[in-house]
Design a protein around this ligand. Sequence first.
Ligand code: KIV
Ligand code: ZN
Length: 519
Amino acid sequence: MAKEDKVLIFDTTLRDGEQAPGASMNQREKLEVAMALERLGVDIIEAGFPVISKGDFDSVNSVAKLVKKAAVAGLTRSVIKDIDAAALALKPARHPRIHVFLATSKIHMEHKLRKSPDEIVQIAVDAVKYARKFAADVEFSPEDASRSDKDFLYRVLEAVIKAGATTVNIPDTVGYAMPEQYGRLILDIRNNVPNIGKAVISVHCHDDLGLAVANSLAAVKNGARQIECTINGIGERAGNTSLEEVVMAMRTRQDYFGVTTGIKTPEICRVSRLVSKHTGFVVAPNKAIVGGNAFRHESGIHQDGVLKEPTTYEIMTPESVGFTGLGLVLGKHSGRHALKARLKQLNIELNETELAQAFDRFKDLCDKKKEVFDEDLIAIVEDETQEVKDVWVLVSLVVTSGTAIKPRVEVVLKSGAKSFTKVATGDGPVDACYLAVDEITGLKGKLLNYGIQSVTEGKDAQGEVRVRVDFEGDDVTGVGASTDVIEASVKAYLNAVNKKCAATRVGAKKNNIDFGLQP
Ligand code: KIV
Ligand code: ZN
């Protein structure tokens, strides 16, 4: 296949994705996602908007140091201080890309920027020329391109390519375009911008009308060779083009699109899970490619067909996206070696201490659950290998609740060698537990989001709880799993508490906990 038939995958989970309300990740989480994206094989990782905050600058800078193969991009407005910040943050990158944007639609130029079309062209050209002083790889995005006057758009694109832009990105910023119309726009750009052959045409679609993936694919069909997208489709408002969906559409319908990507598709589910964990955004069960039901067949006729010949109802294999399915893997007679071997097959490597902890949890789970599935193992491991040190650990929990009584809980937590007990009542058992935890830790958490999902099928399934908690202005996510959903809720909340403690080293001061001595 010719080189020009490769579609570059530009992942913006860490920039546009992270712009989604409530999706913010801390620096360590962003680095973990960047490493997973590199393993996935994306061509470009947009790591942030360096001028916007010190946190964003540091994240771009750290990702630039870490990533080896993919290009690392930093977003900038068409202003010198933004470009200077991006150039500095991207200095350690092996393949730096500066991504400059400026709106070109009449609405944006008149109301937001208050600039004339001539001024816009000049600002865009100056910004691209300035960015080229720092990087050979410069992308220009005419924001709101799909609502811009076409002739003006051609003029801007020709000018920025002449100024040195190596990629021109065509954003459907407000998710307004229709697939046929958007595809036509790409074709018209190819036919009307004289020097378009000197740049890669990229697309960047938002999902306000649920058309981001369809629009991106229509653009590819008309010659676009870079897609900007995010894991699980997260992003500003309704989100961006979902990476897993566009990639699998092009792979599954290679006969139709005739293009390839460099994505190692068996890594997809793993990255999806990681992003969901760090953002606290639960993936809907019916989500294409990565949803829990994406490869499950409920109808008897379908099950019968799949058993006889999988292609009767499966257009791609679960393995091709790393979907572990509901494989019954281990039981209560399985030993530590069997657990280690199965985890290895799931691409999970644990050190001896982590393995010992995971094995204890696995044995506990075998006592509570008849069947242990891959999903159970992943949930256990994620729970056990939270990257933060646990300042606070749940020792025990007693809950009294019912339709006619006020829920009452007794929570016992441990920190170092000390134990703390608190009895509390609340509107519900979870509320009561969280009040008790706040009382013990001295932190005031405001619950912003709470989601619970069953890890597998069955009444004895583990519940996985994801929370987003505001601790005096710090937005922190937490995750916890257990066959007891109240226990899972407390673990998720404590995970957020421990992240907050790790970040600020202020938690637990009420109880005079010495952080230097914590486990
Ligand atoms: O949606 C948009 O227009 C953007 C640009 C900055 C590329 O995110
Ligand atoms: Zn966007």
